[in-house]
Write a protein that binds this ligand. Structure first.
Ligand code: PMP
Length: 476
């Protein structure tokens, strides 16, 4: 592919439109746009701070900036772009709706486009959920679907409590934020919700019980069951347990299958609906179509967004019909009928299934993990390499610091930020995450080619070397 045979970060002659425009219209250069953004946009902006790129064109995994530089995009819209940018089937589906004269705004009315989306989505879901499942189209973002799931569970059970996990990320609106583990982002707005019980998520590398492995996960499960059964445990009777099968923002932490099965047993035995947030893990990302398939658990509610809209905003919950006790209008919203997103989503779901891209995610992901582990063997600043499918994390640690009582080195967020910048200089966009922002996250599209895979790993390795040298030289 031309995108990666060109030297990374180079100005490309082929990107004539923008480059040629540059000198003619100084106000529209990438630099000018970034300057205006810094002046006009909110202090809360995020990716725009660490990734000063002004995308003007994108195809597959390649993004081209206004300065003509090209990047391999391992951020993929925070895990949204299962098929990469502007995949032909997605564009065709969007054009199909535009050319058909169908209305673009329909609230939650039935349309052929929506009907096709629902059918395609249900075909992918665990049969036990699909057969007796209901779907609620929510406001356009993942966080809105999380709100809907919590509300549904509270109404259906008549209970107010919620079980959520350390390291969880569920979104930025009040309910979802309260369930999120990051107290820094919650700040004073999302103050601790007394109805939420925070449980330990099994994090092998930094095990809350100091032992890791199967035993660490077992203790996390035991703590959960014990707390729920302790009449003086202080737990408000829970409406639901909300979990991510692989924590994304929390640092790419895959939950062991046995732990997931135990969570299913614990909740089923106590009549607590299990809500699985597959906003980031869905549509093939982790090597199975839905991450829950790996452990075989069937949730009571699945929260879906990101990739299901084929790059456009779409969010739904799918749940067991017995829970469908809320009243008309209980979760309303003006923007629940995005026809373009539904068409793009249908095309994406079908393409991933037809081409078994989840299997490709598994194979390529395994190859990437193995090469990254090889890299870790020669770089002591790489504390851990982990992931599932094409959801991969590389946790960086501070080798100069003292290990804790259990032998783990502290996280190295400054080094990680430096790696991100060095990667960008080499034409690679990566995301940071994790408890301390020290995890390099790779979320390439499932369509990544072998050649692109190698290029990503080469660029990342070079970025880690460069960042390490710079940190040693005291320039961080
Ligand atoms: N749940 C999970 C697991 C997520 O990763 C995210 C977004 N990163 C959300 C919910 C919230 O989605 P959105 O940003 O679309 O509101």
């Amino acid at each position: 592919m031309a995108a990666i045979s060109s030297a990374p970060g180079q100005r490309l002659a082929a990107s004539a439109e923008v480059s040629a425009q540059g000198p003619a219209d100084e106000s529209m250069t990438g630099e000018a746009i970034l300057r205006r953004q810094a002046q006009r946009e909110s202090a809360a902006r995020t990716y725009a701070r660490s990734l000063p790129v002004v995308p003007v064109r994108a195809r597959g995994m390649t993004v081209e900036g206004a300065d003509g530089r090209r990047y391999l995009d391992c951020l993929s819209g925070a895990g949204t772009l299962a098929l990469g940018h502007n995949h032909p089937v997605v564009l065709e589906a969007i054009r199909g709706v535009l050319d058909s004269g169908a209305p673009l705004h329909v609230l939650d009315l039935a349309t052929p486009v929506k009907d096709a989306f629902t059918t395609s989505l249900f075909e992918t879901l665990p049969p036990q959920l699909a057969e007796h499942g209901r779907i609620q189209f929510c406001g356009p973002a993942g966080t809105d679907a999380v709100e809907a799931a919590i509300k549904l569970a509270r109404i259906a059970t008549g209970r107010g409590g919620l079980l959520a996990f350390s390291g969880a990320y569920h979104g930025m609106t009040a309910g979802a934020l309260a369930a999120t583990g990051d107290t820094a982002v919650r700040g004073t707005v999302g103050e601790a919700d007394a109805r939420i019980t925070r449980l330990p998520y099994p994090y092998d590398y930094r095990c809350p019980f100091g032992i890791g492995g199967d035993r660490g996960a077992e203790l996390s499960a035991r703590w959960t069951a014990h707390l729920l059964d302790d009449p003086k445990g202080g737990v408000q009777p829970p409406a639901a347990m909300l979990l991510e099968p692989v924590q994304g923002e929390g640092g790419v932490i895959p939950a062991p299958d046995t732990w997931l099965r135990t969570m299913r047993e614990i909740t089923a035995a106590r009549g607590i609906p299990l809500v699985v947030d597959e906003v980031q893990t869905g549509v093939g990302r982790t090597g199975t179509f839905w991450a829950v398939e790996r452990s075989g658990i069937v949730p009571d509610v699945m929260v879906l967004s990101k990739a299901i809209g084929g790059s456009l905003p779409l969010a739904v919950i799918v749940y067991r019909e017995e829970l469908d006790t809320w009243q008309p209008g209980a979760h309303a919203g003006t923007f629940r009928g995005n026809q373009l997103a539904m068409a793009a989503g249908t095309a994406t779901l079908r393409f991933v299934r037809q081409h078994a891209l989840h299997e490709r995610a598994e194979t390529v992901g395994a190859r990437m993990l193995s090469r990254l582990r090889g890299l870790a063997a020669h770089h002591d600043c790489i504390g851990d390499v982990r992931g599932r499918g094409l959801m991969i994390g590389v946790e960086l640690v501070d080798t100069e610091a003292e290990p804790d009582d259990y032998g783990a080195l502290p996280a190295a967020p400054l080094l990680a930020a430096r790696v991100q910048q060095e990667a960008l200089r080499r034409g690679l966009i990566v995301e940071l995450g994790g408890r301390h922002g020290a995890v390099i996250r790779l979320l390439p599209p499932l369509t990544i080619t072998d050649e692109q895979t190698e290029a990503v790993l080469d660029r990342l390795a070079a970025a880690i070397d460069a960042a390490r040298t710079a940190t040693r030289g005291g320039t961080v």
